[in-house]
Design a protein around this ligand. Structure first.
Ligand SMILES: Cc1cc2nc3c(=O)[nH]c(=O)nc-3n(C[C@H](O)[C@H](O)[C@H](O)COP(=O)(O)OP(=O)(O)OC[C@H]3O[C@@H](n4cnc5c(N)ncnc54)[C@H](O)[C@@H]3O)c2cc1C
Length: 458
């Protein structure tokens, strides 16, 4: 039915797609099915339902929760959407693009740019992650502050439901109150409720210019105060990332060609990006004046604005290289968590202290999307840790972090989803009502349990 391109059974070709991006979870699958159209996906799902064969939808396999990794017993088939990579339509007039699930994010950026528009969501994996995967994990990234997560950028979804029927929500209606939104249910469903085959996405006008600044601040509280100060005076702030001094130090130490933007040392740093679509808007002048005022108000210790695009990219490289630098330094345990924005500065300080107290030698800290109340809370094995530190202490540290997050009214998964990796903790900490509703929805739409079993729903 699928032709030779549509079925891969060679074990060597399958292998890289059967483990997660971090290489921590390994699965097995007898084949990768790679359909070329929505109709082919529907036929596959019907056959899978008939024969009770579970399917694991997969895009770029860049997810951080092992949601696209098949089970180790080889009972499921991988369903790759990567061949469905057409942008079906794109229009500046309607401000919409309809992209198939396998379209790579960077390719969509390019297509939008060609018509003077922009898809305002980006992240480190943009060269390999797909629209289907981004939708299914409700991905965020560095522009959520202004444009929201995928949930706010998706105007409609086309998907094959677990019974093989096709849901088509691609008309991009601004208003549609026909009850429960199937589109919204499918966003963030991690492939457990159906296979996303195409998505209608909102576009915004392309950027005319941007200002990228690096500011040294005394504390996470000061960083948040700086963000609020800027937001009260301009609508242009689009990115605001928090970087602790020790993370910056690691990047400077491990990543070749990097240098500190500021001459002195500061305990914390904020990377600020402001953009404008108006070619007459002097965005650099505006941000420079605002940072000058912030300095006068004592909100920052120092700041510098990138003099050109190369320098702007160099500032972002410092932020984007933190995980890589941490990996080069040694074992790191990552937590993608959120708490209410106002409570985040205190959370970072208190949780770091508590983890370091309970696990002597461990270095804990948070970096990332402060303005979204979402940081990557990482615990690093100190230099004296045993080689099996991750396996020995990891679960206990994670439980402690997750308890602290829950006590602060937060989420143990801000951006990355639940997948396989957070399912146990989700089951342990989520209110029973939430779990009950999730199970009921899953049972109603996928009674045979063929869509990505063992993921998300405890
Ligand atoms: C370097 C790097 C940086 C990242 N930065 C961020 C970030 O800043 N913010 C953020 O939110 N995330 C980030 N991520 C993780 C992010 O979740 C993924 O990059 C992206 O959302 C997943 O896309 P993918 O195509 O690779 O999906 P996959 O990894 O293939 O799949 C992810 C999940 O979606 C399901 N799925 C995939 N395609 C479909 C489909 N068509 N239909 C139904 N289900 C499907 C899978 O079954 C799985 O559960 C980052 C990842 C990397 C590697």
């Amino acid at each position: 039915m699928l032709g030779p391109k549509g079925v891969i059974t060679d074990a060597h070709e399958i292998e890289p797609w059967a483990s997660d991006w971090r290489g921590r979870v390994h699965g097995q699958s007898a084949a990768i099915l790679a359909p070329g159209s929505t109709e082919e996906v529907a036929e596959i799902v019907k056959l899978a339902a008939e024969h009770r064969v579970p399917l694991v939808p997969q895009g770029g396999n860049t997810g951080m929760a092992a949601g696209a990794t098949p089970p180790a017993d080889g009972s499921a088939l991988l369903l790759s959407l990567r061949r469905m990579n057409r942008v079906r339509s794109i229009s500046a007039e309607s401000r919409l693009a309809v992209a198939e699930a396998g379209v790579i994010l960077a390719d969509l950026h390019e297509r939008a740019h060609e018509i003077g528009m922009r898809f305002p969501l980006t992240l480190g994996a943009r060269g390999s992650c797909t629209i289907g995967g981004l939708t299914s994990t409700n991905a965020g990234g560095t522009q959520v502050l202004k444009f929201g997560t995928m949930r706010s950028l998706v105007a409609g979804v086309e998907a094959v439901l677990p019974d093989g029927s096709i849901h088509c929500g691609l008309s991009g209606l601004k208003k549609d109150n026909r009850g429960y939104s199937l589109d919204q249910l499918l966003i963030g469903a991690e492939g457990t409720l159906g296979v996303v085959t195409a998505v209608a996405l909102r576009l915004v006008p392309a950027i005319a210019s941007r200002a990228v600044a690096w500011a040294g601040v005394a504390s996470p509280e000061a960083a948040l105060a700086l963000l609020r100060f800027l937001e009260a005076r301009t609508n242009s702030i689009e990115g605001f990332e928090l970087v602790p001094q020790d993370s910056l130090q690691l990047v400077l130490h491990h990543i070749p060609g990097t240098r500190s933007p500021l001459s002195g040392e500061h305990p914390w740093h904020a990377l600020v990006e402001a953009t404008t679509a108006d070619p007459k808007h002097d965005i650099n002048g505006e941000i420079e004046a605002l940072l000058g005022a912030a300095l006068e108000h004592g909100l920052i210790g120092d700041a510098v604005i990138a003099a050109n695009e190369a320098q702007a990219e160099a500032f972002w490289k410092l932020r984007d290289s933190i995980s890589e630098a941490e990996r080069a330094e040694g074992q790191t345990l990552a937590h993608d968590i959120s708490v209410p924005v106002a409570g985040m500065p205190r959370f970072i300080t208190d949780a770091s202290a508590e983890v370091e107290r309970a696990f002597p030698g461990v270095v804990a800290s948070g970096f990332g999307h402060l303005g979204d109340g979402n940081i990557h809370f990482h615990a690093r094995a100190g230099s004296h840790a045993a080689p099996d530190w991750y396996e020995a202490e990891g679960a206990a540290i994670t439980r402690m972090v997750d308890d602290l997050v829950t006590a602060a009214g937060g989420s143990i998964s801000a951006e990355h989803g639940i997948g396989q990796l957070k399912r146990e903790e989700f089951a342990r900490l989520a209110p029973p009502g939430r779990i009950h509703a999730l199970r009921a929805i899953k049972q109603a739409l996928d009674p045979l349990g063929i869509m990505n079993p063992g993921k998300l729903v405890p």
